[in-house]
Design a protein around this ligand. Structure first.
Ligand code: ZN
Length: 153
């Protein structure tokens, strides 16, 4: 079995269980992206994540995700929503302060991720994150409160 066949088999198995499938796709999307056609990957993304997949890909196309780093080694991602508001997503946990995450993920539990978190994963996998280096103090400001504002260098 070659590597492409392995990816296809594992992806097929993972789509039978949405939660396992989500974890698999998040962790291995770069591999999938390299070995499977865009349509094939998109159909699986849409199956697992629903309408968020298309909205997330729109954000990726618009280069809406910025990886913010500081000299201490901390990093967060800022995803610009369609309203123009920026949401801070953390690389260490699945959380986004947007209303869709609160309602669809936390309250109704009918989505795995919001479009901002998915766009963050996809942008990383595709190498399409904007990069922004800030001071530790500026990153602290983001982490403490200013999650709704995009910080400029
Ligand atoms: Zn969100």
């Amino acid at each position: 079995m070659n590597r492409l066949q392995w990816v296809i088999n594992v992806t097929e198995e993972s789509t039978h269980n949405k939660h396992t499938g989500a974890d698999f796709l998040c962790l291995n999307i770069a591999t999938c992206y390299n070995y499977i056609s865009n349509y094939f990957a998109f159909s699986r993304l849409k199956f697992v994540f629903g309408p968020s997949a298309l909205h997330a890909l729109d954000l990726v196309d618009q280069r809406s995700v910025t990886c913010v780093t500081s000299p201490s080694g901390r990093r967060v991602f800022q995803a610009m929503g369609s309203s123009g508001r920026s949401y801070t997503c953390y690389s260490s946990c699945h959380y986004c302060p947007c209303p869709a995450f609160a309602f669809c993920v936390l309250r109704r539990n009918d989505s795995l991720l919001c479009k901002h978190i998915l766009a963050t994963y996809l942008s990383q996998a595709m190498g399409l994150c904007q990069e922004l280096a800030l001071s530790d103090q500026q990153l602290t400001d983001i982490l403490l409160e200013k999650t709704g504002e995009k910080v400029e260098a």
